[in-house]
Design a protein. Structure first.
Length: 256
């Protein structure tokens, strides 16, 4: 069985790669647990830079809706899934390392959150960004509610959610969502930046990240906890269950 998240350490740089290409690198419980496990390893290894990338044609499609639809207790499942992934994100945020996301294809829902948790985002021309939660009647998680309005502004963040607006790479660069656009694979540029960062001390990065995010008294932790609670509560509604099952059914029909 393949590793849903691969981790390679080399020359002070951690290469973290989502590895569920046939499922658009969506976040199931196995991926969330592996991500958290790798973050615990990086706390020990203390790399100077982290590059987050993905195999296949999508960066990350968000939560695995098929696994959601099969959960016997959807609120409990989402509470566990979000809690596990959020713990990994908090550990990522605590690293004294430059965090760079190489985004090729869609970053949706929790995948958008993962990208937002990076300090720098490098995108291909194919990259696109969307909240996606509204399609299945759920609220944001993975830090989207906290980080997205701080990066792109409240207006665009609300528009992305309320109107299901997809932001392309050009618009993402204009609004500060991405730092650079490359023609094809953004991984090489991300590695170049990470290698440069690894030649210097990054002991300031965790504190700098908290200051820039306004996270001086645990606001990010509180936001993640609030997202988790609201997500699980919303999953108890009949409309969310219906939307999730319908979405999963349409996905299955497309693949058959």
């Amino acid at each position: 069985m393949s590793d849903p998240v691969e981790l390679v350490l080399a020359d002070g740089v951690a290469h973290l790669t989502l590895n569920r290409p046939d499922a658009a690198n969506t976040i199931d419980l196995a991926l969330a647990r592996r991500f958290r496990q790798h973050m615990m390893a990086l706390e020990r290894e203390r790399p100077a830079a982290v590059v987050i990338a993905a195999r296949g044609r999508a960066f990350c499609g968000g939560g695995d809706v098929r696994e959601m639809s099969e959960a016997p207790d959807l609120p409990a499942y989402l509470d566990l899934l979000a809690g596990t992934f959020h713990n990994g994100l908090l550990r990522l945020a605590s690293l004294d390392a430059l965090i760079i996301a190489a985004i090729d294809g869609a970053a949706a829902g929790g995948g958008l959150g993962l990208a937002l948790n990076a300090d720098v985002r490098i995108a291909s021309t194919r990259a696109r960004f969307l909240t996606a939660y509204e399609a299945v009647g759920l609220t944001p998680d993975s830090g989207v509610s906290y980080l997205l309005p701080r990066i792109v502004g409240l207006g665009l963040a609300t528009e992305m959610s309320a109107l299901s607006r997809t932001v392309d790479s050009v618009t993402a660069a204009r609004c500060g969502l991405v730092a650079e656009i490359v023609e094809s694979d953004p991984f090489a540029r991300a590695v170049e930046l990470a290698s440069s960062a690894a030649r210097q001390s990054q002991a300031h990065m965790s504190a700098t990240r908290r200051l820039l995010r306004g996270d001086t008294d645990g606001q990010y932790l509180a936001a993640l906890d609030a997202e988790r609670t609201t997500l699980a509560r919303g999953a108890a509604s009949t409309s969310a269950v219906s939307l999730i099952r319908g979405f999963a059914h349409r996905q299955k029909e497309k693949q058959s």
